[in-house]
Write a protein that binds this ligand. Structure first.
Ligand code: FMN
Length: 198
């Protein structure tokens, strides 16, 4: 079975970018993908600030990441870039932690002004960690995401955003199915199916 880790990169407990990641996780689960969640809030703030890459929380996160086929990483836009706390977490990862991973970046911002923050700020960092399959990603403005009032980060999205979520899930599912088939061809075993419409 293909596996995906969703990394929540917003410091806020109630978060629109997390709602986008959650919706993507739900759709991937419906397609038979094994989805798990991690949040930068799982790592103690002292470890993030001190760059404690050899602490147990950072090592546990890196070990979970090493197990999966793909990473979905969500972040708010802060000061024309991705969140600094997310950078502090990515800094704790070993070199080439994203080699062989498919990566889907997700971001929300106050306005469209910083639509390209993922392109010029986040993608180079993902690439420095060895990622070679970085998908186009999904960006939404705050006004395109309505959060439920229960603080669980379930959201409703504008039609345009919903459509981009659907396209990204489809693209990711296709790449996962391809990677899965290649892995099983190499080992001579039968690949379980990831459902994609192509
Ligand atoms: C400290 C801070 C800085 C921000 N800087 C920007 C910015 O530079 N550009 C922008 O479009 N939105 C900016 N915003 C708005 C957030 O990107 C927006 O509210 C986003 O949806 C928050 O995501 P979250 O709910 O997942 O935390 C900023 C918000 C905060 C709290």
């Amino acid at each position: 079975m293909s596996s995906v880790l969703l990394l929540i990169g917003s410091p806020s407990r109630i978060s629109r970018s997390s709602a986008l990641a959650k919706a993507i996780g739900q759709q991937l689960t419906e397609r038979g993908v094994d989805v798990s969640f991690a949040s930068l809030r799982d790592i103690p703030a002292e470890d993030l600030i001190a760059g404690r890459w050899d602490g147990e929380p950072a090592k546990a996160f890196a070990a979970r990441l090493a197990q999966v086929d793909a990473l979905v990483v969500s972040t708010p836009v802060y000061k024309a870039s991705f969140s600094g706390a997310l950078k502090a977490l990515l800094d704790l990862l070993p070199e080439r932690a994203l080699a062989d991973k498919i990566v889907l970046p997700i971001a929300t911002g106050g306005t469209l002004a910083h639509l390209l923050a993922v392109e010029y700020a986040l993608k180079p960092v993902l690439s420095a960690l060895g990622a070679r399959h970085i998908l186009g990603g999904v960006f939404a403005t705050e006004s395109q995401v309505r959060l439920s009032s229960d603080a669980l980060n379930y959201g409703e999205f504008d039609a345009e955003v919903s459509s981009r979520i659907g396209q990204s899930v489809e693209h990711l599912a296709e790449l996962l199915a391809f990677a899965n088939a290649r892995k099983h061809t190499a080992t001579g075993t039968k690949a379980p199916q990831v459902r994609c419409s192509a």
